[in-house]
Design a binder for this molecule. Structure first.
Ligand code: BG6
Ligand code: MG
Length: 215
């Protein structure tokens, strides 16, 4: 049975999508095109640089040199950091603290497994750090989701085998990564976006259903 729980961060434990969107929208505006909320769906779970590439595709901006791409990523991130440095516990998604606390009490080891390079600042603001036995974020992985690297590293950090791990993910790229890693994948959110998930639930507020997986 499952002994390890791996949680994505953005969209699973904290509602940061709106801040990512606000920063990307601002960048697009500066470049002279519109970036809609629907376009933003494509960026979920995707690394910062890959997100920029998708955004530029939407705006039909081509052939920027790599130092310009780096600069645009830095601009986006500095705005994003401005937004998230003001987040507080109210933005923790419902059920997160209860579910993680109960899992721990049942002897389940817990890791954060996120593409974000901003996990430290977010976990500190939300005072959630102590709930995790290991934190693997974008600073520690080379290949972004849908590559399974982040989840394999998280399992290794906890001392578990992939087939003992359950992944909680709100993005399609993350579900794909979890399945490639050989793990059980729980989709968080809407069924239609999460094809391939072993099970889909609306959120971590489904505490009983989640605990049952570990029985
Ligand atoms: C993912 C988010 O968790 O992290 C993406 O879903 C984001 O939207 C990615 O682009 C990278 O995050 P950051 O904080 O390093 O820019
Ligand atoms: Mg996510």
């Amino acid at each position: 049975s499952y002994r390890y729980a791996l949680f994505d961060m953005d969209g699973v434990i904290v509602d940061t999508a709106k801040y990512h969107y606000e920063a990307w929208r601002r960048l697009a505006e500066g470049l002279g095109f519109e970036f809609t909320m629907a376009d933003n769906e494509r960026l979920k779970g995707v690394s910062r640089m890959r997100s920029l590439e998708i955004l530029l595709e939407v705006g039909n901006v081509k052939n920027l040199p790599s130092d310009r791409l780096e600069e645009l990523c830095r601009m986006k991130n500095s705005w994003y950091i401005d937004y998230i440095s003001k987040v507080d516990k109210r933005e923790i998604l419902k059920g997160t603290v209860e579910t993680l606390t109960l899992l721990r009490r049942n002897g389940i080891k817990i890791a954060l497994a996120t593409a974000s390079k901003n996990s430290q600042i977010i976990l500190e603001r939300l005072e959630l750090k102590d709930l995790f036995d290991a934190i693997i974020d974008g600073n520690l992985v080379e290949r972004p989701k849908p590559d399974p690297e982040v989840f394999l590293k998280a399992a290794e950090a906890l001392g578990g085998n992939p087939d003992e791990c359950v992944v909680f993910e709100d993005a399609y790229a993350g579900i794909e990564a979890a399945k490639k890693a050989g793990m059980y994948a729980v989709g968080i959110g809407d069924n239609s976006n999460l094809i391939g998930a072993d099970m889909v639930i609306p959120g971590l507020c489904e505490t009983d259903q989640i605990l049952q997986l570990f029985n």
